[in-house]
Design a protein around this ligand. Structure first.
Ligand code: MG
Length: 397
């Protein structure tokens, strides 16, 4: 059978998707559509596992950490799964290009989970952790605590509550703290929390601010950016409701605000991020293996940034994120997202092998470790996944 890679030495025989649900207390949906802290609320979230089996018996597994958006991701994985049957299980580059074209109208986000499962499979065949196959650079990842959106009822409901929480994170060992403010994007309220946290912990923590495209106007973005300047913030991320899509606006903003900008989290794919660099529209490049076509796509972006002498910051927490950052020189911080006082990190509760993205798992050095087992080095809790399964689909060759 003709495949994207020519001859398939070890063809992919089966792909399965297991969708499952889990609940997180004190988490709700705010008027802006954000998951945000809400005392007494309960969110039912969904996640999914992808399992790929090759003819040789090699298996790759992956559970995406992006639970809240899994409906979008999993629908694309479903669309792409039949296209990888018969492809060589180790031909990730050929599959990358095939699926990129196949889902070019949809930025191929569904390819991400498939690619990451194929890296797990490759690491298990080689009997090495993925980050060492990619080119090991470091085994400890300096981390920042990245908050959930603030609430109005008892959790992160004032600038003082953010300051208290930043201090609690510092006491645990974190050397970095990132504010996601309130979903309604009031510039005065956002500027106030920025300055308050700078006053409370600025001398001992690196501070970042992520507006998550919630500020309504360019003028609001300038106003809040000037607070970041005053508080000496490390970066200012996705400032306003252009959705982080306008390099022109970002360049204009840079002429009014001194704090380095971090954009391209919402710009999918290698070729689409490149013009942001050449236009001088962002100071930090952003990538996420769960959105940017897997570990293959994220590492391409890291090397694109490296070629321009820029740093590439990995979005979100998860095993794939850790393996990528551990193989990159030009990256500074692991994003321990998303945390808040009294709220469990809303990542799926299925990680074994000692892996944890809970706040308390941070080391005394303020770092998180990189899994050392073969492949992604994380054993998933299949009993939990089966007990809480809401859908199953299997494609066989
Ligand atoms: Mg962000």
């Amino acid at each position: 059978m003709a495949t994207a890679s020519g001859t398939a030495a070890d063809p992919i025989e089966q792909i399965e998707i297991q969708e499952f649900s889990y609940t997180v207390d004190n988490l709700g949906l705010d008027a802006s559509g954000n998951r945000s802290v809400m005392k007494g609320a309960r969110s039912e979230l969904r996640a999914f596992a992808v399992v790929i089996r090759a003819r040789s018996g090699a298996v790759g597994e992956y559970v995406s950490s992006h639970s809240g958006k899994s409906g979008v991701l999993v629908s694309q994985v479903r669309g792409l799964a039949p296209l990888v049957l018969g492809e060589d299980a180790e031909a990730r580059e050929a599959i990358f290009n095939k699926l990129k074209r196949a889902h070019r109208h949809f930025m191929a986000v569904g390819h991400s989970a498939i690619d990451i499962a194929l890296w797990d499979l490759a690491g298990k065949i080689a009997r090495r952790p993925v980050w060492k196959l990619l080119g090991g650079y470091r085994a400890r990842l300096p981390a920042y605590a990245s908050t959930l959106n603030g609430g109005r009822h008892g959790i992160l409901d004032s600038k003082e509550a953010y300051g208290d929480y930043a201090e609690a994170c510092a006491a645990l060992g974190f050397k970095g703290f990132k504010i996601h403010g309130w979903g309604d994007g009031d510039p005065r309220e956002e500027a106030a929390v920025i300055l308050h946290c700078a006053e409370r912990v600025g001398a001992r923590m690196t501070l970042m601010y992520d507006a998550a495209s919630e500020l309504r106007t360019f003028a609001d973005a300038v106003y809040v950016g000037r607070a970041c300047d005053e508080g000496k913030y490390y970066w200012y991320e996705d400032p306003f409701m252009d959705a982080g899509w306008s390099p022109h606006a970002a360049r204009q903003l840079k002429s009014h605000v001194r704090t380095p900008l971090l954009l391209t989290e919402h710009v999918r794919g290698l070729e689409s991020k490149a013009p942001w660099i050449t236009a001088g529209a962002t100071d930090f490049v952003r990538t996420d293996p769960d959105y940017d076509m897997g570990i293959t796509g994220a590492m391409k972006t890291a090397h694109l940034a490296e070629a321009f002498g820029l740093d590439c910051e990995i979005h979100a927490a998860g095993p794939a994120q850790r393996h990528c950052m551990a193989a990159m020189r030009n990256s500074n911080w692991y994003e321990l997202s998303l945390v808040a006082p009294g709220v469990r990190n809303p990542v799926p509760p299925v990680f074994g092998s000692g892996y944890s993205d809970e706040l308390e798992a941070v080391g005394a050095d303020g770092c998180f470790p990189v899994p050392e087992g073969n492949g992604l080095g994380v054993a998933y809790d299949w009993d939990y996944i089966r007990r809480n399964r809401v859908a199953e689909q299997v494609w066989r060759r």
